[in-house]
Design a protein around this ligand. Structure first.
Ligand code: FAD
Length: 279
């Protein structure tokens, strides 16, 4: 069982719990992206098991009529085995989503996976228009060129600052430089697209920028935030009529995800300690 302290960041261990979570946030006009926790499988059987779980989840989501999509990780669905297996699984999941009128996001992992991930996205999005969206990281120096290549592809793009430590040769490593690249990538997307723009950030400055550009360019966009992070802001934005989507992980591999969330902010460490000492 997931302890209450981790439940802030994780929607539950099972599909029914994840669907209940989505329902509760949908009631507050917040859409939900469900991610089955799991990554870096080098055994094809493990990747296959999660692909099957996602196919079933898409069926469940379609039956439930929830405002919910799913998000997969490349290394969860086969990229650590081979690029071919990953693309085959990615395509299979998006094909099912297309059939069910559902939507699939693909997270972006470390920079060694970028080429394989974007190649698969480009090909699959052209095959199943507007059934799939891809995450792109502004801390990578290559990203502007990737955006130029993908800007007319019929798939959504979630732009984030980037969560992986990458070498200086390929990535901006100073926070101010990452923020500058992020602002510029957000502007590029709003200027060049009229739909399919998602800004994945908790940063009030970036969220305001996105909403201002959304009105200026009349671009359909959404703000995506993680479960358990700035949830008051998620609700406030939704009340103001902004499209807000919450990324909610679930499943039994919650422990390492929970540690990651706690480690990334001092306030979260204090929150965890307070919960442990019961004050
Ligand atoms: P930061 O630069 O971390 O913080 C800027 C400001 O935002 C802070 O000063 C504070 O005001 C506010 N803020 C940030 N965090 C908190 C908090 N916990 N509590 C309160 N205020 C806070 N990265 C990837 O590499 N690949 C992915 O596929 C990916 N998918 C993502 C999907 C979603 C929906 C989101 C939200 C993020 C995703 N990320 C992904 C992570 C992303 O790259 C960043 O590492 C992460 O979002 C932190 O950057 P930030 O823009 O939120 O702001």
């Amino acid at each position: 069982m997931i302890p209450p302290i981790a439940r802030r960041f994780v929607a539950g261990e099972t599909v029914p719990e994840a669907l209940d979570h989505a329902r509760a946030y949908n009631d507050d006009d917040i859409a939900v992206i469900l991610n089955l926790l799991g990554e870096h499988y080098d055994d094809p059987a493990d990747a296959r098991a999660d692909v099957d779980a996602y196919l079933d989840l898409l069926d469940d989501v379609a039956r439930s009529e929830l405002d919910a999509s799913i998000s997969v990780k490349p290394s969860q669905i086969g990229l650590d085995v081979s690029a071919e297996l990953f693309e085959q699984h990615y395509r299979e999941i998006v094909a099912r989503a297309h059939e069910r009128d559902a939507f699939v996001w693909c997270d972006m992992e470390d920079a060694e996976t970028t080429d394989d991930t974007l190649d698969a996205f480009e090909s699959i999005a052209n095959e199943y228009p507007w059934s799939v969206g891809q995450c792109i990281q502004s801390n990578l120096k290559r990203t502007r060129e990737d955006l130029e290549r993908l800007v007319d592809v019929p798939g959504a793009i979630r732009v984030v600052k980037g969560a992986y430590d990458e070498p200086k040769s390929i990535a901006y490593t100073e926070k101010s430089r990452v923020n500058e690249a992020y602002r510029s990538d957000i502007e590029y997307l709003f200027e060049h697209r009229d739909r399919g723009v998602a800004v994945g950030s908790h940063d009030p400055e970036m969220i305001s920028l996105a909403n201002r550009l959304g009105s200026e360019y009349d671009t359909d966009h959404e703000i995506q935030m993680l479960m358990g992070v700035r949830e008051d802001a998620q609700r406030d934005l939704a009340r103001q009529g902004v499209d807000v989507t919450q990324y909610a992980p679930y499943g039994n591999k919650w422990l390492s995800y929970f540690y990651r969330r706690v480690r990334e902010r001092k306030e979260n460490v204090l929150f965890a300690l307070r919960a442990i000492v019961g004050r």
